[in-house]
Design a protein around this ligand. Structure first.
Ligand code: T1G
Ligand code: NAD
Length: 687
């Protein structure tokens, strides 16, 4: 057999075992080994065959590292047809996560069993692809049209129980999976069970209108994305065509998706996210500090959400506020958020109360004397933060990690306010902190390797995607956001409307336009941050004048019911407000700006290339380790479309020379200070 696939007879049962760590991906050696094993089973005395995997999971999909390379035989669809065509019943024994090509392998088997905690799924859409080895044709034949469309267009796995209910698996087994599966195969043989090719089944009854309904829904939810629409086409084909013809449709659609820039972008992000969790030069065996209890200072917008992350992971949290009233307010918000989660079916009432029980409140710092980690989330005032850290230095046990959730402030200066700067780090969550997946882990000059390694590992425990940033004003994300917002505000002053700028960016793929984001975050946050800076460090006054006027009128954004837009108090829906355009036109005139028609393409290029240019400066300065890290920050923290791969991947896909041409044009039109090309951009565009 091969190093990654073994075959042995267990009396009359042939047992094929895949062992290709870490996730038994269907690499070429695995496919080759599976074909050899099933061929051997066809020719020996076995009466049935079991496919089982070693390690932490059943096959978790095709080997993504092989994508984009010339395909090597045996190809998966043909291999699975060979398995399905077996004259002997084939049983797939599932544990861990049977995903993509892995679940398609199970669907090609005749019988499927799984352990209780197993998950199955077809997540290809998250890679800009679709199930390309029969999943779009076999799944509907077992689970029906709607369940299959949900499974493939969401890409989210389902549990064994749900899979059993849908008929995607036949049995949930207890105890040792291998033994249970072999035992079941024996029972099947004894009962005279025969192979049951799924491809020979017909699709259960369905409402033909469902396809247009999904196309419309996906047109909104997955705006601009190719793969979700192609999945609908393939499932529709499964309802109309014999299996073999449906497979031709699937193959064509799969290849089209594989060639698409969207899939290249999403595959880039898959590996960038995993790479981002690694710190260059930090030994893999760096010791980690235990984190079994957490303290949070400040139970405001961020403190409350941060606390929920730890309670959700089963880690007890103590929230500290200035007084009982502020504490009660913070705890009430947490309770409200959990209640909303129960209403939306995200968790059970029991889970909500278990998590609430893990969150305690206090107004005395001494309650934090023994915690393993403290995260400060008080007002964005550098002096206040230093005071808080000095107090934590006196209070917390030695070995406790002291972290700040600051959005902009100098973490080195905060560390210097303590006698233990090696224990200080930035943990920058994003609002709403219990939802947003990104965590910027800010490494100060003095941060200890074990503190950094501990926090990078902790992120995974609280289901966050960590990205390491060095210290600069605004770290990776917020620093790049400044020129992005600058250009949004300048476009508005020069002739565009807030509606046009937001619509252009949303049509391009941003989850929300910049001015709606500003209203969501609160225009006062930027106003206060500017107020804290000397005038000469605030940048081009044209880029924040309108925002300042709105704040001074009490239009703080969504939280005050009006900002660049008005907000319906009930629905929170944004509506245009002619008063804002009057303000903008007045301020344009005051700056002597003659307003002009601005094309959407110019708006998009100015905002996205402002991000890219600043991103390249950040790379040059070593604030971010790699371009992929910046992409992960923007996709997980700022609503950048994943199917464009992030700002740095996008720039690479456009071509650095083309980006440089446009940046140089903007530099000539709008000035060096804003648009001097980053040295790395000139370097990359000449390569
Ligand atoms: N191919 C290659 N490498 C993979 C891989 C895959 N499918 N899945 C994971 N890895 C690597 C990953 O890069 C990391 O490497 C290590 O394994 C551990 O992963 C025809 C075309 C299975 C739920 O989309 O969702 O089948 O960083 O850190 O958090 O229809 O990995 O250690 O060097 O993520 O425990 C469909 C992708 C493919 C599943 C485990 N399958 N994987 O999560 O570990 S397309 C997927 C995952 C397909 C067919 C089509 C997760 C996981 P390194 P990890 P984890
Ligand atoms: P907030 O005003 O909603 O909450 C701050 C809380 O800190 C208040 O409840 C206040 O009572 C409390 N507080 C103030 N001084 C304190 C002290 N000495 N001891 C204990 N509690 C004290 O602010 P927020 O939006 O939650 O921001 C908190 C921090 O997180 C800031 O540094 C901010 O920059 C950062 N941040 C905010 C966001 C965001 O979108 N709001 C996102 C990321 C990071």
């Amino acid at each position: 057999m091969s190093a990654v696939v073994s075959y042995e007879l267990d009396d009359e049962i042939g047992v094929i075992t895949v062992n290709n760590p870490p996730v038994n991906a269907l690499s070429h050696p695995v496919r080759k080994g599976l074909l050899e094993a099933i061929t051997d089973a066809h020719g020996d005395g076995s009466k049935a065959v079991v496919i089982v995997c070693e390690g932490r999971t059943f096959i978790a999909g095709a080997d993504i590292t092989e994508f984009g390379k010339p395909p090597v035989e045996p190809l998966l669809p043909e291999l699975l047809d060979t398995i399905e065509a077996s004259a002997k019943p084939v049983v797939a024994a599932i544990h861990g996560t049977a995903l993509g090509g892995g679940f398609e392998t199970a669907l090609a088997a005749h019988y499927r069993c799984a352990v209780a905690g197993a998950k199955v799924g077809l997540p290809e859409v998250k890679l800009g692809l679709l199930p390309g080895a029969g999943g779009t044709q076999r799944a509907p034949r077992l689970a029906g049209v709607v369940a299959s469309l949900d499974l493939m267009t969401s890409g989210n796995p389902i549990g064994a129980e749900a899979a059993l209910e849908l008929g995607l698996i036949d049995k949930i087994v207890d105890g040792d999976l291998r033994e249970a599966a072999i035992g079941w195969a024996r029972e099947l043989v004894a009962s005279g069970a025969v192979p049951r090719p799924v491809s020979e089944l017909s699709v259960p009854e369905f409402d033909a209108a469902v396809f247009d309904a999904y196309r419309a829904k996906l047109g909104k939810r997955a705006r601009g994305q190719l793969a979700p629409q192609k999945i609908v086409d393939c499932v529709a084909a499964a309802t109309k065509l014999p299996f073999a013809e449906g497979m031709i449709i699937e193959r064509g659609a799969f290849k089209e998706c594989m060639r698409s820039p969207q899939s290249a972008a999403l595959r880039h992000l898959f590996f960038a996210e995993r790479q981002a969790a690694k710190i260059d030069g930090l030994p893999a065996d760096t010791p980690l500090r235990p984190i079994e209890s957490v303290g949070i200072i400040g139970a405001g917008t961020m403190g409350g959400g941060i606390a929920m992350n730890f309670a959700n992971a089963g880690i007890p949290v103590t929230l500290v506020e200035v007084d009982e009233e502020a504490l009660a307010r913070g705890l009430a918000t947490i309770e409200k958020n959990y209640a909303a989660g129960v209403r939306r079916g995200k968790l059970s009432g029991e889970q909500a109360s278990e998590r609430l029980d893990l969150i305690a409140g206090a107004i005395d710092y001494s309650s934090l004397a023994d915690v393993d980690l403290v995260i400060e989330a008080v007002f964005e005032d550098p002096e206040l933060k230093k005071t808080v850290f000095a107090r934590l230095d006196e209070t917390c046990k030695s070995g406790a990690i002291l972290a700040t959730n600051t959005s902009y402030q100098d973490v080195n200066a905060i560390a210097a306010a303590t006698s233990r700067p090696a224990d200080v780090i930035g943990l920058h969550f994003f609002s709403p902190a219990n939802i947003m997946k990104l965590l910027e882990v800010v490494r100060a000059d003095t941060t200890g390797d074990d503190v950094l390694a501990t926090c990078m590992a902790l992120a995974k425990r609280i289901r966050k995607v960590p990205v390491m940033s060095r210290v600069c004003y605004g770290f990776i994300g917020n620093r790049m956001l400044a020129p992005y917002f600058r250009e949004a505000q300048l476009c508005v002053l020069e002739g565009a409307t807030p509606e046009q700028v937001d619509a252009a960016m949303e049509a391009w793929g941003m989850a929300m336009g910049p001015l709606r984001v500003a209203d969501l975050a609160g225009l006062d946050v930027g106003y206060k941050a500017r107020e804290a800076l000397p005038v000469e460090e605030r940048g081009d006054p044209r880029s924040y004048r309108v925002a300042d006027v709105l704040v001074e009128m009490g239009r703080l954004g969504q939280k005050s019911g009006a900002g660049y837009y008005r907000y319906d108090p009930e629905t929170r829906k944004h509506v245009s407000d002619p008063a804002v355009l009057e303000i903008i036109e007045r301020e344009s005139a005051a700056f002597g700006i003659e307003r002009r028609a601005i094309a959407d393409e110019e708006i998009i290029d100015r905002l996205i290339y402002a991000l890219v240019n600043e991103g390249l400066r950040i790379l040059d300065e070593g604030i971010a380790q790699r371009p992929g890290d910046i992409d992960v920050v923007y996709v997980y923290g700022y609503g950048f479309p994943a199917w464009r791969g992030g700002p740095m991947h996008y720039a690479e896909s456009v071509g650095y020379a083309k980006v440089l041409d446009r940046v140089t044009e903007f530099c000539e039109r709008f000035g060096e200070e804003a648009w001097a090309p980053a040295p790395l951009l000139e370097q990359l565009s000449s390569q």
